[in-house]
Design a protein around this ligand. Structure first.
Ligand code: FNR
Length: 190
């Protein structure tokens, strides 16, 4: 079974980015045989603090690190807060980037997407996020940016996106992530 971990960079109820995560969950279940998704929540983590990390972090940190370490790929959907990913998402990535030399992000395939109620879909937050992921050793999926614009107009009452363009773009990103993960996987000796 292939495992994709999904993370929203927004912790608010009714978040468009969390709606993208919910859409990805449904889309993968419907269109990808043998692929399972798990959602991890940055809000469950404390503020990063090195002394706490040295003392083994917290249960929530260890749980998230283990989830990501076991995944074939991580897909992150971020809002733009003044042109960057929100602090709560950066905080989660800082936890995942440690312990130094043992980061669960190191060598991990990661795909990035974004959403906003505005016309640019928070695409301006993606480059900075990609840079942070690169610092942590993640292998960021090369793909034309996927950004869900005008999200308020597209969101259904069920809290997911169902319009064909959004679904096709998200499906393309997942396909690219899975292809990259397969390429990056260490080959198994016959
Ligand atoms: C925003 N928002 C925003 N939108 C955008 O397109 N570019 C931006 O630079 C910003 N900056 C920004 C800063 C802060 C502090 C907040 C709270 C909001 C608006 C943002 O896109 C909107 O609130 C989204 O709904 C946030 O994503 P979620 O929570 O719906 O996933």
């Amino acid at each position: 079974m292939t495992e994709i971990v999904l993370m929203s960079g927004s912790i608010r109820d009714g978040s468009y980015n969390s709606a993208v995560v919910a859409t990805l969950r449904r889309l993968v279940a419907e269109r990808f045989d043998g692929v399972r998704t798990t959602v991890v929540r940055p809000a469950e983590l404390p503020f990063y603090e090195e002394d706490m990390d040295a003392a083994n972090g917290s249960e929530a940190v260890l749980r998230m690190r283990n989830r990501v370490a076991a995944a074939d790929a991580l897909v992150i959907c971020t809002p733009s807060y003044n042109g960057a990913a929100p602090g709560v998402l950066k905080n989660a990535l800082d936890w995942l980037s440690r312990p130094y030399g043992e980061s669960c992000l190191d060598g991990r395939t990661v795909a990035v997407t974004s959403a906003s109620p505005g016309p640019r879909g928070a695409v301006d937050a993606q480059p900075g996020l990609v840079e942070v992921l690169g610092h942590a050793g993640a292998l960021v999926v090369e793909h034309p940016p996927v950004a869900v614009a005008n999200a308020g107009e597209l969101l259904t009452p069920e809290g997911v996106f169902e319009d064909p363009d959004t679904l096709a773009a998200l499906e393309g990103l997942v396909r690219a992530a899975l292809a990259a993960a397969r390429q990056d996987a260490p080959s198994v000796a016959a």
